[in-house]
Unconditional design. Structure first.
Length: 309
């Protein structure tokens, strides 16, 4: 029988886990597959690990978990879950049930025909989400799709079912700084997206604040685009050009109007602050890329496992 692996990253989800498992079991029992669960405890500070131990004790044959030594982030959790999964098909889901389990049969049907290597889910609205956060999210997709060769579908979730071939391709990318939405698209393979309306969490609160989402977006841009480096180059070039024009203007004015007075010190200070700000901005962009290279050259593990069953 075909084997389906369900990968579920968890961080402080003690309330959602007891609701997630029976909801998914109700659906997958009707599917012609053998199922294994791989929960990844990302260094949770609550009783998430205890809940996972209980689930494993209830069904040790099908329910497994990996527990990190500390919080390494959702990207590390996804990578660990994909490495642990042994199924012919692998699906990634959030434990808060914002990824509706009732779509699993349709996803399986589409991917098992062999026409698609991956079937993902795409939100058509953001009902229940803060308008400012939704606005920033929409702008992120607009920006990254304009400056990156790797296109990311707006509203696409990590919720997707993949063939073993595609999973192996994703695992072959061992980069330290990971942005899965981009990686899933970068590896290629034929993907179909199913639309659905946004679903709110069944329990608990999200750990993704607006600031964390903003930093995550910046990671995505720097991982899949060199445009910020080009911006820094053009900014420096334009600033230098303006400075040369200014020098030429001052020299010409000196000969045309010999007794003209120089601009006041306030103007000079403003110009110096502007040029200094441009330089620091460009150095910050370059420094971010260098920092990512530095972390990659350390060859540190993406995560450290403390417990696995």
């Amino acid at each position: 029988m075909t084997k389906l692996s369900i990968v579920v990253p968890c961080y402080n989800e003690q309330e959602a886990i007891p609701l997630f498992y029976p909801a998914v079991e109700k659906v997958v029992k009707k599917m012609p597959v053998e199922v294994e669960y791989w929960f990844v405890n990302d260094g949770s500070a609550d009783q998430t690990l205890d809940e996972l131990r209980k689930l494993h004790d209830q069904d040790p044959e099908h329910v497994h978990y990996v527990s990190f030594s500390r919080n390494f982030g959702k990207e590390a959790g996804l990578y660990a879950g994909l490495k642990a999964a042994t199924g012919d098909y692998v699906v990634v889901m959030d434990v808060d049930l914002q990824d509706p389990p009732e779509y699993l049969p349709e996803m399986y049907h589409e991917v098992s025909t062999g026409e698609y290597d991956c079937v993902g889910m795409r939100r058509t609205d953001r009902k229940g989400e803060a308008k400012f956060k939704s606005f920033l999210s929409d702008q992120f997709y607009n920006v990254i799709n304009k400056i990156s060769d790797t296109k990311i579908v707006s509203g696409a979730r990590d919720y997707r079912m993949m063939t073993r071939q595609m999973v192996n391709a994703v695992l072959s990318l061992t980069e330290y700084n990971r942005f899965s939405k981009g990686i899933f698209n970068w590896v290629g393979f034929k993907t179909k997206y199913l639309p659905y309306k946004n679903v709110e969490r069944v329990a608990g609160t999200t750990d993704w604040s607006t600031w964390k989402l903003f930093k995550y977006a910046i990671d995505g841009i720097t991982d899949f685009s060199e445009a910020p480096l080009a911006i820094a180059t053009w900014t420096g070039g334009i600033s230098a050009f303006i400075a040369v024009i200014g020098i030429i203007f001052i020299v010409i004015r000196h000969f045309v109007v010999p007794n003209s007075s120089a601009f006041g010190w306030a103007s000079m200070v403003c110009i110096m602050l502007f040029i200094g700000g441009v330089q620091l901005f460009c150095l910050g962009i370059v420094g971010r890329y260098i920092g990512r290279i530095y972390m990659q050259t350390k060859h540190r593990p993406i995560y450290i496992i403390k417990e696995k069953k």
